[in-house]
Design a protein around this ligand. Structure first.
Ligand code: FAD
Length: 564
């Protein structure tokens, strides 16, 4: 039964244009060739990943002209912004996931999905090698090859540990659903351990020390969630140890949430101070053992040992090994991340696109475009603009390049404000163009990279699927409908990211939001805005209903503290 079923699996897989390479290679190849002949000549699109980028690509793609296959080790889409809520049981794990097959079903089942991971991309032969991740003796670790005409890489990234010793062994990450579930169990374990008999106060204190490494949005949101969980639920259940609990956020930079507007970052620090969450800035973790971590205070060079009960490591992301290997093949080995052009195409290989966290868009034309915008506005060629003209130009630049707005807000706003004033501090009537351009020039590299967020990934997926859906149309009528064409040899306009704002929930039913147009909103009303936006952004009515009912359950009954 084992071997015949195995053959059957291989043959049925090969009917989708896939070539098995095991003992049945020849048969499967013949079958595959035969089936290929019967099929109309549709281009084969292989999508790697079912996260924000991959799912958004699949949702709107016109599948009538493509033969689409999806490979991902995760057979569901996860709504990651609510992952921190899963760590404390505010929302249940199943409420924020949507099975990929439900999404496929809505596309009339014309998309094939395989629960496997891509282990090698062979760009020269337009094939990928995949390995099934199903723990099943029938399938085992079976590997198979898939041919493609177009490859869409949307496989996200993995946690960056900076090769810090002990992190993989002793720290929790917060990247996947399983991570959030493990953290939930581990928090309860820490409390249950701390109340065991015969422990010294020192041991109880250590068990109840929760450390978060990384003061970015994920780390801060988790710290806030944990604080609420402890304050609203756990202190009532473990009153004997409530005074021994401590939460610490360790951040290597000078401030937490330093990618947000500084008003949000300082509000968060003040709020955490009031809540008793310790924020240690300017510190770097250099090693983690089973009971303590070593921390280096950057300014003094001092090294200290910090005992802990649980650590969550949330310090950013790095390229997956399979993509590093691919980057070596295509001559991108010196780059930190797989780079695409503005049309999301990986240059140097045919038919490969990359989007989401796994890729960076090289926007080489940012500074050139900005120069052109200024030149057009400076009609009399004087090198200066009136303040009104200057503001119009800035608005134009910000619409095209939201990352410039992010940069100005975070790091450079004061320099720009200075340009609008003379040395005596009076408002200028005219603004020097070169001054502004040079203020931007040395930040060119930051402006090129978009933030690694769901918003970017989803917009890239939607952009690429609209290009794919219109490709046929553009090929049939090469002059194309004008609005789809850019100047030059491209059929499509380059990808442009539209920043719609970002949230930072800070606990205690308060949140901060950075909204388009330099709006900052902080407080309880912003938390309600957060609830409405995240409920509306759910991918299906099913998950929307589940998430809203979880929030309601939490309001009425509190969070569940069982360790299951
Ligand atoms: P992912 O969503 O990570 O998807 C990658 C997919 O590739 C997965 O399906 C994975 O299984 C699959 N895959 C992995 N390896 C392979 C392989 N070898 N072969 C094939 N497939 C593979 N962003 C926001 O905008 N707002 C937020 O509030 C926000 N909050 C966040 C909170 C947390 C806790 C986290 C972790 C992230 C948050 N983000 C947020 C960031 C956001 O989740 C990411 O930017 C987004 O998930 C990137 O989408 P992606 O499709 O590139 O990658």
């Amino acid at each position: 039964l084992g071997s015949s079923s195995k053959l059957l699996v291989i043959l049925s897989i090969s009917s989708g244009g896939l070539v098995a390479y095991s003992e049945s290679q020849t048969d499967a190849g013949a079958q595959s060739a035969e089936i290929k002949q019967k099929e109309p000549q549709k281009k084969r699109v292989v999508v790697l990943g079912t996260g924000w980028a991959g799912t958004s690509f699949l949702k709107d793609l016109d599948i009538s002209s493509y033969d689409v296959k999806v490979v991902s080790p995760r057979n569901y889409f996860a709504f990651t912004p609510l992952l921190p809520s899963v760590t404390c049981g505010t929302v249940e794990a199943r409420s924020i996931v949507e099975p990929i097959r439900n999404i496929i079903k809505k596309r009339n089942g014309e998309i094939q999905y395989w629960e496997a991971e891509c282990v090698k991309i062979d760009a020269a032969n337009k094939k990928i090698r995949c390995r099934s991740v199903i723990d099943n003796s029938l399938v085992g670790n079976e590997e198979f090859l898939v041919d493609y005409d177009y490859l869409v890489i949307a496989m996200g990234a993995q946690v960056n540990t900076f090769n810090t010793p002990g992190v993989n062994e002793h720290c929790h990450f917060l990247k996947e659903i399983e991570d959030a579930q493990k953290i939930r169990r581990s928090v309860i374990d820490c409390f249950e351990r701390a109340v065991l008999p015969d422990l010294t106060d020192e041991e109880r204190r250590r068990n109840l020390h929760f450390v978060i490494v990384g003061g970015g949005p994920t780390g801060v949101e988790f710290a806030a969630e944990l604080h609420d969980f402890i304050l609203e639920d756990l202190v009532k259940l473990y009153p004997m140890v409530k005074d021994l609990v401590k939460i610490t956020v360790i951040q290597s930079g000078d401030h937490i949430l330093n990618m947000f507007d500084e008003r949000i970052s300082s509000f968060a620090e003040r709020k955490f101070g009031r809540d008793g969450i310790e924020v240690q800035t300017g510190c770097r973790v250099t090693g983690v053992s089973d009971k303590a971590m070593t921390v280096k205070v950057k300014s003094k060079g001092e090294i200290c040992s910090v005992p802990y009960g649980m650590v969550v490591w949330s310090t950013g992301i790095v390229t997956r090994p399979v993509l590093r290997d691919f980057m070596d093949q295509i001559g991108q080995n010196k780059r930190h991340v797989l780079t695409t052009n503005e049309w999301l195409r990986v240059e140097g290989c045919d038919g490969v696109y990359a989007l989401g966290d796994c890729a960076a868009v090289a926007q080489r034309r940012v500074m050139e475009d900005i120069s052109t915008i200024f030149k057009t506005a400076d009609k009399d060629n004087s090198g200066t603009l009136t303040v009104k003209e200057f503001q119009d130009v800035i608005d134009d630049i910000l619409v095209r390049y939201p990352q410039v707005e992010l940069y100005l807000k975070n790091k450079h706003l004061n320099d720009v404000k200075d340009l609008l004033k003379d040395p005596q501090g009076h408002e200028r009537k005219e603004v020097d163009i070169e001054g502004f351009k040079s203020a931007l020039r040395h930040v060119d590299s930051q402006m090129k990279s978009l933030p690694a967020t769901a918003q970017v990934a989803a917009q890239q997926g939607a952009y690429l699927s609209s290009c794919f859906s219109r490709r046929q149309q553009c090929q049939e009528t090469p002059e194309g409908p004008l609005r789809f064409r850019d100047s030059g040899r491209h059929h499509f306009r380059p990808f442009r990211y539209k920043h719609l704002g970002q949230f930072a929930p800070l606990g205690g039913e308060q949140a901060a939001a950075e909204l388009p147009g330099d709006w900052v909103s902080i407080g309880h009303s912003t938390q309600w805005l957060w609830y409405s936006v995240y409920a509306s952004k759910q991918v299906s009515w099913r998950t929307r209903f589940l998430v809203v009912s979880d929030w309601t359950r939490r309001f009425i009954f509190g969070r569940d503290s069982s360790r299951i």
